[in-house]
Design a protein around this ligand. Structure first.
Ligand code: FES
Length: 587
């Protein structure tokens, strides 16, 4: 009884927090008993329920998501910081979409995970939330879910693995797999060599250590201002990752007191910054789709034209695989993302006044950054690629746009006209690609259909189609490839992706037939099928898309509601903020 009085007394001295509706209600005494009483079975003493900020630690830890396998340890560091600042940390699990394990593709479950995150945050007594994110889809799914609730929120990435080391050479996650696979198919290495490379590549905890989607999205979190400075690049096993987690725990308690909610940090201007940072780091094409989905949740207009405008004239200055040579560990030792941000700020390319989670502007946070290796983070007057970033292509095949990452492509293919070799589905591709009779040469353009958000639910990362064995053996290592699919951020090649609308909803990509000429001009942002418009329309009228055989369950809901790639491939009914208020429909 004495304890209860103490709790009530302390409460009245503090601002009323959201969690007080659960733990300190004077009007619903029975509810309070249930909420607080059952929590006591974990041994939490009375003073933790005295109206102090309750901080949810939203954890994507899972042994089936190896990139996030160390997140319980990161969470312990966050908890230390939260306690130290006078908060009460409570960790909770959410759906963890593993890029390396989950079938048919992790992207199919990004939106499902975001629903879990949103409802878990809103339905629980949480005043502020820490998002633990790492493997590709775990970052956007948490940002999307948290965005729809809009509480004070801080992000912490799990950090990349240490550099892969294989037979005296560094080897990058994902990127190395594509290279080894091509070498294996060309007969240059043996099966044993291939297997031996596995543990050489993944030799510590953490996510892919190339500038793939995970590291790109970690960089986007930092560029958006959603994490403390330096978050993106610290290796997963470096002690400084755990210091950052500890400090993030301290900071989220202050953010609750300041009511610094997510929508006060993320704005149209911070998205513009993120797009420019993506260009400078040579980031993944998947950032386009994920940022659109996050923006949608926060009710911010962001579309491909923003990438056209903001992504223009941004040189790629980070020399990391798959665009360049080095890996994330090198990037961190060279100074990490703060150096990139500083270099963009010096060129007046960023909105320096955007506020970040520590309450300071992005300019205040990064202008003092030091570069320790100009070969890894290059200077603006000596970039890795002068015209980097992501380019948007439009034309009669892609009226709603398609994208390409020139920094990972072959320069001489940036302007090209070639004959289409068409695959109607991923199965069709697997059946025909190595057929010795396939009519294909290095000037052909490979076209893959029905792999967009609906055609291959989740829009699998199959856009970087394997090249025909007979061409690989001739030494061909790149060709233009066009599809409505996505591509792994670790992949490379002259690969045109996200063609919208997709073939499965009879987008014009569906009209392409074997032998048609396609013209691509990346600098002019054009991609056209050189076939008469009337013929294209006629072909589309009679086109029968190959649709997945799904009639129930989550996947049915997904195909019924998923939006096209240019809209972020979110489910249409999830767009927008729904706030943190718990609506009780009957009680
Ligand atoms: Fe998880 Fe690459 S597989 S980050």
């Amino acid at each position: 009884m004495e304890e209860e009085l103490l709790i009530s007394d302390n409460m009245s001295k503090k601002n009323k927090l959201r969690s007080s509706n659960w733990y300190n209600s004077q009007t619903h005494r029975r509810d309070t008993f249930v909420h607080r009483g059952w929590m006591r079975n974990q041994g939490h003493p009375s003073h933790l329920f005295d109206g102090r900020p309750v901080i949810g630690i939203c954890n994507t830890w899972s042994e089936l998501t190896p990139c996030n396998g160390h997140f319980r340890e990161i969470s312990e560091s966050v908890k230390k910081g939260v306690y130290e600042a006078g908060g009460f940390p409570l960790e909770f699990p959410v759906f963890s979409a593993s890029e390396s394990n989950l079938r048919p593709t992790a992207m199919l479950f990004r939106n499902l995970a975001s629903m879990d995150v949103e409802e878990a945050i809103r339905g629980n007594p949480i005043d502020g939330v820490v998002l633990l994110m790492g493997c590709d889809k775990t970052t956007p799914s948490l940002l999307m879910g948290a965005g729809s609730v809009d509480l004070p929120t801080i992000g912490i990435s799990g950090g990349p693995m240490l550099n892969g080391q294989h037979r005296g050479e560094t080897i990058g996650s994902g990127t190395g797999v594509w290279e080894l696979d091509a070498d294996l198919n060309a007969g240059l290495i043996t099966e044993e060599d291939f297997v031996e490379a596995e543990i050489s590549m993944s030799r510590s905890k953490g996510n892919c250590m190339t500038m793939g989607t995970a590291s790109t999205m970690g960089s986007m979190v930092e560029a958006l201002g959603m994490s403390l400075p330096g978050n993106a690049a610290i290796p997963a096993v470096d002690a400084r990752r755990y210091s950052l987690a500890h400090m993030s725990g301290r900071r989220i308690v202050e953010m609750v007191k300041e009511n610094l909610i997510m929508s006060k940090i993320i704005s149209k201007k911070s998205f513009e910054n993120a797009i420019k940072v993506n260009g400078a780091i040579g980031g993944s094409t998947n950032a386009v789709i994920h940022l659109a989905a996050v923006a949608g949740r926060l009710e911010i207009d962001l579309d491909l034209s923003d990438w056209e405008v903001c992504g223009k004239d941004i040189p790629t200055i980070v020399n990391l695989q798959p665009s360049g040579k080095y890996l994330m560990e090198d990037f961190y030792y060279a100074g990490g993302l703060p150096v990139v941000i500083k270099r963009l700020l010096e060129q007046n390319l960023l909105n320096g006044d955007c506020v970040t989670v520590n309450g300071k502007t992005i300019s205040e946070n990064n202008m003092k950054a030091n570069c320790w290796n100009n070969e890894v983070i290059k200077k603006f007057d000596d970039p890795l690629i002068r015209d980097g970033g992501i380019k948007i292509l439009r034309g009669n095949i892609a009226p709603d746009g398609a994208i390409i990452k020139p920094s990972a492509a072959t320069p001489k293919l940036m302007k090209h006209k070639g004959k289409a070799v068409v695959f109607e589905s991923i199965e069709d591709l697997h059946t025909k690609i190595d057929d010795p009779n396939l009519e294909v040469d290095e000037n052909s353009i490979l076209v893959l259909k029905n792999c967009g958000p609906r055609g291959y639910p989740g829009m699998a990362e199959v856009g970087n189609m394997r090249l025909p064995k007979k061409l690989l053996k001739k030494g061909v290592r790149d060709m233009i490839r066009i599809s409505d699919a996505r591509m792994s951020g670790t992949a490379f090649g002259t690969v045109i992706l996200h063609t919208s609308p997709e073939a499965a909803i009879k987008g014009p990509l569906a009209a392409v037939q074997n032998g048609d000429f396609i013209e691509v001009d990346v600098n002019k942002g054009l991609m056209n099928l050189l076939v008469d418009e009337k013929i294209i329309l006629k072909r589309l009228e009679s086109y029968k898309p190959i649709l997945p055989d799904i009639s129930s369950g989550y996947q049915k809901m997904y195909i019924d509601h998923v939006m096209q790639a240019d809209k972020g491939a979110d489910l249409d009914f999830l767009v927008g903020k729904r706030g943190h208020e718990v609506k009780r429909h009957s009680h």
